[in-house]
Design a protein around this ligand. Structure first.
Ligand SMILES: [Mn+2]
Length: 321
């Protein structure tokens, strides 16, 4: 059931022992929202822990460097930035059907939670959460503000993507007013790169393949590539945008092998093409310009399936192309 800001604020105020769930393959938004909510709730005298099926990538370490899990028995489960229970991942799968509240911004949210505050027009779950905290009259401390800012900055690609609304800028400005070092956060998130990250980017640039009248790129990264070129899946986070960098490209596809024969697909649109609709054909989803899905099989077959699904959106008959 969709509830409003006021009801969400009331719900958080009237509960005390929270487990906060973040999605698998965690990104800046789910991590930022998870810890921001945790710190805000702890600040209000409640118990809260943040859970995730996967390890948090090192680069977000500044958001949880002093975090320690608390010992308590939870009575309330909140999910942040999680569009679908499947994204809880295997270690957290036991919470399926037990999520009391979901705070999210995915249009594809499946409505799995008992109560949900989903604003598809919001740039990030962190933007929605900022509005909830305001409704609760909570002024974020610096660390909480850094969490929220990081979520908005990363989900908007440093305030560049189509989801960067007026409100996203206003909230970012208010977070800057809380005393955060936005310059450092943006430098760390977008400019500074580890050697492994650069190896990952190098792989993407040198393995990009052009299809569909040069309107679509596909870049594949296999487990073997990662092993050979010395980078991991962590370094690929946030690289999907590179697939639509070439001039004239409308859709970019990044294929990452997660485990043998199982591939995580990230699709980006640099046009009016709705990639969440394409991903939905493979059981995935997301946003119109950034979406994903998981496909099992052989890499060449998967490429063909993805091209077959993408070609009609460009008015191309794949068999003549
Ligand atoms: Mn998000």
């Amino acid at each position: 059931m969709q509830i409003n800001l006021k009801e969400t604020a009331e719900f958080l105020k009237t509960h005390d022992n929270f487990y906060i769930l973040t999605h698998m393959n965690p990104d800046g938004d789910t991590i930022g929202a998870g810890f921001a909510l945790c710190y805000a709730l702890r600040g209000a005298g409640k118990n809260a822990n943040v859970l995730c099926s996967d390890e948090f990538p090192e680069r977000y370490g500044f958001l949880y460097r002093d975090y320690e899990p608390q010992k308590f028995s939870p009575d309330t489960v909140v999910a942040v930035d999680i569009a679908d229970e499947k994204l809880l991942g295997t270690p957290l799968a036991g919470y399926k059907g037990y999520v009391d509240l979901c705070i999210d911004h995915h249009i594809s949210n499946t409505g799995y939670a008992k109560k949900q505050l989903v604003y598809p027009e919001a740039s990030a779950a962190c933007e929605v959460l900022y509005r909830v905290l305001s409704e609760m009259d909570i002024v974020p401390d610096i660390l909480t503000a850094e969490c929220l800012y990081t979520g908005i900055a990363t989900d908007t690609g440093c305030f560049k993507y189509a989801n960067t609304t007026v409100l996203a800028h206003i909230i970012a400005a208010k977070l800057m007013d809380c005393g955060i070092d936005a310059e450092r956060i943006n430098r760390d998130m977008f400019d500074r790169k580890s050697k492994k990250r650069l190896a990952a980017e190098q792989h993407i640039l040198s393995n990009m393949e052009y299809y569909l009248d040069d309107k679509c790129t596909i870049t594949a990264v296999t487990l073997e590539d990662m092993e050979k070129e010395d980078f991991t899946g962590d370094e690929l986070e946030g690289t999907a945008g590179m697939t639509v960098q070439p001039e004239g490209i409308q859709v970019g596809i990044l294929i990452k092998e997660k485990e043998h024969g199982k591939f995580k697909i990230s699709m980006r649109s640099a046009s009016d093409i709705d990639v969440s609709a394409i991903c939905a054909k493979f059981g995935g989803g997301g946003h119109t310009k950034a979406a994903g899905c998981t496909i099992e099989g052989k890499l060449d077959d998967i490429k063909l399936q993805l091209l077959s699904a993408t070609a009609p959106t460009m008015g191309i008959d794949l068999w003549l192309a």
